[in-house]
Design a protein around this ligand. Structure first.
Ligand SMILES: [Zn+2]
Length: 311
């Protein structure tokens, strides 16, 4: 009985050892740390394009990247906003880590919008419609994951190039007018190769956009535009999530959402939008940190770590 037990233990060690060695090279993502930055963003106030809070967040991201010695570019431009009377300066931020290799298909791009919606036009109380949202899930969640990834990428330089894209001006659009949304990403996608835009289209292996991925009750199906225009890349990413046993991801087709990935799909870049659009407090005063959870951010972080470090 004893020796049988001993051999079982030895066998267990033998079979566990190689996977432990492999696992040591894959860094850990902390949903809790990401959650802390989700809350910090909300404490800044609504990050409406052109506002002080928007600029403060931009500065936080830029200074963190510099401190971590990651390369950072602000792609800024003046534009009229659909709801504003005067032009504002939008600023997409591009933070790069890993190999400085720009040969075809060698880099992953990860994106999220850091601006928030100036109005709560879906709030059940019409008296709230003119108030701006906190954007805990709609904005801060994706940025929180990228923020924590900056630390991980700086500490564990990946074998491939990774570019983090923080989009401005995603959520100031007018309902029913698709092109009035995603103004930052539209400009970034249409100026690739210009002197002030460090993105080289050919180098991109795929773009993963994160939007509204902090919902406590996470359910991310395969978004419609992604599945239609980049089926291989979309299935590749979702298969990873399924293999990792992440319960919030499902390989079922979801609805199509005009989001920051669309301008890149239009330029022929394989892009997938990870979005949980089934969020009852979307564009209301209820989009606050208590509607989000570190466990959801953890799932998204685990998926990205797997994609980056096991390409
Ligand atoms: Zn939104």
């Amino acid at each position: 009985m004893y020796s049988k037990f001993k051999s079982v233990v030895l066998l267990a060690i033998f079979f566990t050892l190689p996977s432990l060695v492999g696992a040591a090279q894959i860094p850990d993502f902390s949903g809790q740390e990401a959650m802390e930055f989700l809350v910090t963003q909300c404490e800044l106030g609504p990050r409406i394009p052109g506002s002080e809070a928007n600029l403060a967040l931009r500065n936080l991201i830029v200074s963190k990247a510099r401190k971590l010695k990651l390369s950072v570019t602000v792609h800024a431009f003046q534009t009229e906003m659909p709801m504003g009377n005067s032009p504002v300066e939008l600023g997409n931020i591009i933070v790069s880590a890993g190999e400085r290799d720009f040969s075809p298909g060698t880099r992953f791009w990860l994106g999220a919008h850091y601006d928030t919606r100036p109005i709560s036009d879906r709030d059940p109380d019409p008296g709230n419609h003119s108030k701006s949202i906190d954007g805990a899930n709609d904005g801060a969640s994706g940025v929180a994951v990228l923020w924590h990834l900056m630390d991980i990428l700086a500490e564990n330089p990946p074998s491939m190039g990774v570019d983090l894209l923080f989009f401005d001006g995603e959520d100031s659009g007018t309902s029913g007018q698709l092109n009035s949304f995603c103004i930052g990403s539209q400009k970034l996608a249409s100026t690739m190769g210009d002197f002030d835009n460090p993105l080289e289209a050919a180098s991109c292996r795929g773009l993963i956009v994160l939007d509204m991925i902090g919902d406590k009750d996470l359910f991310v199906p395969m978004e419609g535009y992604s599945l239609r225009n980049a089926p291989e890349f979309t299935r590749f990413i979702f298969q990873r999530a399924v293999n990792l046993g992440l319960p919030g991801f499902s390989m079922t087709p979801g609805r199509a959402v005009f989001d920051d990935h669309v301008p890149f799909l239009q330029q022929g870049i394989p892009a997938v939008d990870l979005i949980d659009f089934d969020y009852s407090v979307w564009h209301t005063q209820g989009d606050v940190p208590s509607a989000c959870s570190p466990a959801s951010l953890q799932q998204v972080g685990d998926l990205l770590i797997d994609v980056i470090y096991r390409p």
